[in-house]
Design a protein around this ligand. Structure first.
Ligand code: BV8
Length: 234
């Protein structure tokens, strides 16, 4: 990918209107279950059944979910400006891909820094593959090494997010940084706006309400992503 002129960071809020739920809003996932019990390597080692069930429930919800107007608007922007727009998503729900396929956008313009529900990962040999569907259990075997240590390909707390070098290179060179549907609570993603602004980019927050990092943004528009993102794109 060429150096993108526009870098867009998305979080759970862009998928809220697709029925995916968020983490820290009222009724969010972290109000229902402790992240320490389901989203750390220690939790997986301690109780793999609980962790695998938590992700199975969310994967099934994602498989049934459809992108909303915000996902489609970003995909239209990417299709209209090939190579110029990079989406870095914290989401693992696959909704940006579904929108990109529908709008003919290049999937190379998408970085899943926290992984994807769509893949299985072997905690034994590190093999990653497209999850064929169905439940992921402690009996699931790695197609490469046969080990029964299969986990969802998502980045847990305490693990290094994916493709950070590419993310920071894009933040250092982009003209515009837009953050959509994220509370700004989780690092390193929460630090992206400061990186981009420090490198001279214009920064914009599109969110239901001001995030924890709102003070870093030159401009903010608050409202539902399905309304304010298409309004910004179009
Ligand atoms: C790492 C997995 C190092 C997949 C997730 C103290 C200070 C700084 C950092 C730390 C610290 N203590 C610990 C850390 C590090 C830690 C961290 O940041 N902890 C936080 C809690 C303080 N970070 C890490 O561990 C990261 N790794 O640092 O590694 C390292 C170095 C060397 C070697 C090895 C390791 C890894 C972080 C990734 C964790 N995995 N998810 C999954 O299960 O989904 S994080 C999880 O939170 C999700 O990925 C999610 O995307 C992410 C952020 O949440 P949001 O997306 O922002 O969602 P949230 O609900 O919070 O907010 C939603 C927003 O949308 C709200 O603002 C709301 O108003 C808005 N909204 C709602 N509805 C709408 C809307 N907006 C528009 N329209 C709507 N309709």
């Amino acid at each position: 990918m060429t150096i993108p002129r526009i870098v867009i960071l998305t979080g759970a809020g862009i998928s809220a209107e697709s029925g995916m739920g968020t983490f820290r809003d009222a009724g969010g996932l972290w109000t229902q279950v402790r992240l320490e019990d389901v989203a750390t390597p220690e939790a997986f080692a301690r109780d793999p059944v609980m962790v695998l069930d938590f992700y199975d429930m969310r994967r099934q919800r994602a498989e049934a979910a459809e992108p909303n107007a915000a996902h489609y608007a970003l995909a239209r922007l990417q299709a209209a400006r090939p190579g110029e727009v990079l989406i870095i998503t914290q989401n693992v729900d696959g909704l940006h891909e579904k929108a990109a396929q529908a709008e003919g956008a290049d999937p190379a313009g998408l970085i899943h820094m926290h992984g994807e529900f769509a893949n299985g990962l072997c905690a034994g040999c590190g093999h990653r593959w497209k999850w064929p569907g169905g439940r992921m259990t402690v009996e699931s075997a790695c197609p490469a090494c046969g080990a029964r240590r299969v986990r969802p390909d998502v980045v847990w707390f305490g693990e290094m997010p994916y493709r950070m070098d590419e993310c920071f290179a894009a933040l250092a060179a982009c003209e515009t940084f837009v953050s959509i549907g994220t509370s700004g609570a989780v690092y390193p993603a929460a630090g992206f706006v400061a990186e981009a602004r420090g490198a001279g980019a214009r920064t914009l927050e599109l969110n239901l309400e001001p995030s924890e990092g709102a003070h870093y943004f030159h401009e903010a528009r608050n409202g539902l992503a399905s309304q304010i993102v298409p309004a910004w794109v179009d």
